[in-house]
Each structure stands twice: as structure tokens, then as C-alpha cells.
Design a protein around this ligand. Structure first.
Ligand SMILES: Nc1ncnc2c1ncn2[C@@H]1O[C@H](COP(=O)(O)OP(=O)(O)OP(=O)(O)O)[C@@H](O)[C@H]1O
Ligand SMILES: [Mg+2]
Length: 253
């Protein structure tokens, strides 16, 4: 595998019973790139992300992270998973832990860092996502949705991942809180953090994504520069989709 490819998926298939959710998905991401996946509900976007870190086991196909094949049964997946950040729509923070402890817990329990080192890295990650010291000791219930999602991003970032996967990170947020999360994601993308983002935020894709992949019915129907795929797509299905998304979301930047 070429040295600058950090994640590669090859012919991923996944079914639930008779429902074929993924029908052969292949792509790769180079170090420092940001790629966006968009597509209608049920297209298989979340399933694909989950297959990439084997939270869901693909029926067929292979996944590599750097030069390690995750789908090789002899690989210790728990060890590799540490290298893949995952940001969920619903934040998935620990409710009984403060913002700081939410970021620290993985550094302590998974990476086994000494307390001082974990603390230093957690604080640094929180500051990177603009969570200032006054919020460090608050519990998730005391934070806004935008703040919670930025803590979740800090938690992923602090682990020093090879790539961060985001699954609709702003779609559970009140509209006025979406911007602060997108801003942080843009800053990370520009600073060279590799990212794969399922989102319908077209403005984000146009501004920072290297590629837009449009998923439909278990396949990547088309992909290319975001501007091309959004404004000049090859398929009528893609055109209709982005026309509708444009009406619903606008081109928020
Ligand atoms: N664990 C599961 N068991 C059974 N069916 C599932 C499971 N997970 C997903 N599915 C089905 O697979 C299809 C794709 O789901 P998926 O969540 O990947 O879509 P999506 O593109 O992320 O949609 P959305 O935009 O609504 O999040 C859907 O029909 C869904 O009901
Ligand atoms: Mg989904």
C-alpha cells in the first residue's frame, strides 16, 4: 500500500438478514485529507463507518489502516481501534464524568499514560476545540450540545488518532450551535488531521473536503471534487439529493 494512504476499504459488503446494506464499497484516504460522505437516509453511511473500525463486521471485503489489515482475523482489533477516532451524532460522553475526565479516561485506561501526561494532553485537546478552563470541570448535562460535541472531538483527538470518523456530528444540534462545531472540524481539517465525515453540511464539504462521495443504496454512486459532485453531478439521483439538501440546510459556512 502506498505510504501516504492511511485508510483503505476494498469491496465492503454487509447485509442484515435479506437486507443488503453495503454492496461493494471501495475508497481510500491519504494522510491529511478530509473526505465527506453524503447520501439519503438508509444508504448505508453509518454502517460503512462502523465497518471501518469493525464495530460492525463486514461480510466481505477488506479494510486497512496504514499498513495493517484490520479484517485479518489475527489482528488485535482493540489495539488498532485506539488509532481510529469516532465522533457520533449523539456525543456518547460519559454522563458521570466531567469534560476533562471524559477526555482523560481513554488516555489513562486505554493508552495507560501516567496521570500528569494524560492531564496535559487532555487539556491541550480541549483547548484545541476551544473548550476553555471554565468548562473543564462541568458534567455533560451542564454543557450545551455544541460544547458536548467539541468535548467528544477532543476525546477523539487526544488519543492521537490516524484518522477521525465523524457520523453526522452536527445533526443532533440546535441550528445556532452547528457553526461552532463545524468551525472546529474545519480547523482540524486545515491543520492536517485526516478525517472522514458523514454530513449534509454542504458548506463544510465545499470549504475543506478534498473529495465528496455520494452514497446511494449501498454503493458510492459517484465521487469527486465537492464542487463537481454537488453542483454538476453525473447522476440525476445525486442532483435531486443535493437540490433537496440545499433547500433544507442552505450552504451554511
Ligand atoms: N444492526 C442493524 N440491524 C438491522 N438492520 C440495520 C442495522 N443497522 C442498520 N440497519 C439497516 O441498514 C440500512 C442502512 O442503515 P444506516 O444506518 O447505515 O444508514 P444511513 O445511511 O446511516 O442512514 P441515516 O442517514 O438515516 O443515518 C437501514 O435500512 C437500516 O435500517
Ligand atoms: Mg447514519
Amino acid at each position: 500500500m502506498s505510504r501516504d494512504i492511511v485508510l483503505k476499504a476494498e469491496d465492503i459488503h454487509k447485509s442484515y438478514g435479506s437486507l443488503k446494506v453495503l454492496k461493494g464499497v471501495s475508497f481510500e484516504i491519504k494522510k491529511g485529507e478530509t473526505k465527506v460522505i453524503a447520501g439519503p437516509s438508509g444508504a448505508g453511511k453509518s454502517t460503512l463507518l462502523r465497518c471501518l473500525n469493525l464495530l460492525t463486521k463486514p461480510d466481505k471485503g477488506r479494510v486497512w489502516l496504514e499498513d495493517i489489515e484490520l479484517t485479518n482475523p489475527s489482528v488485535n482489533i482493540n489495539k488498532i481501534r485506539q488509532k481510529i477516532g469516532f465522533v457520533f451524532q449523539e456525543f456518547n460522553l460519559f454522563h458521570h464524568l466531567t469534560a476533562l475526565d471524559n477526555v482523560m479516561i481513554g488516555l489513562r485506561k486505554v493508552k495507560k499514560l501516567p496521570k500528569e501526561e494524560a492531564l496535559r494532553r487532555a487539556k491541550e485537546a480541549l483547548l484545541t476545540v476551544h473548550i476553555t478552563e471554565d468548562l473543564w470541570h462541568k458534567y455533560p448535562a451542564q454543557l450545551s450540545g455544541g460544547q458536548k460535541q467539541r468535548v467528544a472531538i477532543a476525546r477523539a483527538l487526544a488519543m492521537d488518532p490516524v484518522i477521525i470518523l465523524y457520523d453526522e456530528p452536527t445533526s443532533a444540534l440546535d441550528p445556532q450551535l452547528v457553526g461552532e462545531v463545524l468551525q472546529v472540524m474545519k480547523e482540524l481539517a486545515r491543520s492536517g488531521v485526516t478525517g472522514l465525515v458523514v454530513t449534509h453540511e454542504i458548506g463544510f464539504a465545499l470549504e475543506v473536503a478534498d473529495e465528496m462521495m455520494f452514497m446511494y443504496d449501498g454503493r458510492i454512486l459517484e465521487k469527486g471534487p465537492p464542487k463537481e459532485v454537488v453542483f454538476n453531478p453525473k447522476h440525476e439521483i445525486t442532483r435531486k439529493f443535493f437540490e433537496q439538501v440545499g433547500r433544507l440546510y442552505g450552504e451554511r459556512r
